[in-house]
Write a protein of this length. Sequence first.
Length: 255
Amino acid sequence: MTGRLRAFLLDDEPLALKRLARLLEATGRVEIVGRATDPAKALSELASEAVDVVFLDIHMPGLSGLQVAQRLPANARIVFTTAYEQHAVAAFEVNAVDYLLKPITRERLNATLDRVTARREEPAREGLRETLERLTGHLRGAAHLGHLASRVGERVSLIPVDEVTHVVARDRATYAVTATAEHMLDTTIVELERKLDPARFLRIHRGALLNVAYVAELHADFGGRLTVRLKDPRRTELVVARDRVRALKEHLGLA
């Protein structure tokens, strides 16, 4: 079979999605037939769209890249994209799947396209589900941050993540919020989302990570906007972005 590879891209970060699309288009080897930031929307589109390869981000709200992969047709060629360091992605070196480590380089992307092209006409691979289950177990076992570091002058305070109700980005800074204080962090929301346990921390807004253990109530207004009220003494309220509502409800078992 000749011609360009038909590709579908899924990443919950619009900028990462745009950059990957730009890199793929620059190769001249790929036709991007669809892209999405929402896993559920991607699955719906992929049900009726024939593709050669699906590029999947590993960490996304709601359904992870691994969960999406398990719902794809058996003959779909899957390339995971991940921010894990090299030692943490050793388990991805298997015949069933490939991976791209962020930030993605042109050289590594071309090598991946070579691999996908070589397997384009191969029959559906057996053992894909077993491979994905093994990778899921690998990621569950990966170490997540137990503390967040806040530096003030020469002093560094370690805040247990169990005490963090949420993390917010505000005024070009990132803060870990506890029941009693706000602690400035030397990192970004995006970096923390990759390092915190996704079973406990969920992005509910571009500038907010929520510790779901502190959710007390959900409130929807007449306009459809959803607000989360926390269990902290201040009864903090956080607005959930419209494109994150479904993921939060699924995480809480409400959808």
